[in-house]
Design a protein around this ligand. Sequence first.
Ligand code: CUA
Length: 158
Amino acid sequence: MHLHKYEKYWLLFGGGSLIVFLLITGIMAFHNGSHPPSAKNTINHEKVDQIAPFNKPGVHKVSGKDWDYEIVVLASAFYYNPPELEVPVGSKVKFIATSKDVVHGFEISGTNVNMMLEPGYVSEYVTTVDKAGEYLIVCNEYCGVGHAQMHSMLKVVD
Ligand code: CUA
């Protein structure tokens, strides 16, 4: 096969452009790609249990804020910390959650709370719990062998 000199240049240029294009789209996908919609802040997931508020997972009464309680949840394969949550009915609650390892879900069945928890990102959701009852919290993102057993409980008490 005999290639004209300029055809060689064009082949090189085309191949080079393709690589540059793939690099750029790859970098963009890496930066913007899997950012969960409810996540605003980033966090070092490897040290997350030493960083506030995730150094103290649980239900915290707060004052001077637009909500009454902050519920801090740290997910990891294959459980939630804390394993059970309890708040009085009628409370305005802010959920603050993240993952220590892989992507997990945080769906409170029977409510509109449904967050994606991704390592490195803090997911937040504010809602009012206006019906007493026990609500099962399930992981709705496949996270490994223990995925189906990954759950927790929200108790809304009178
Ligand atoms: Cu955690 Cu599925």
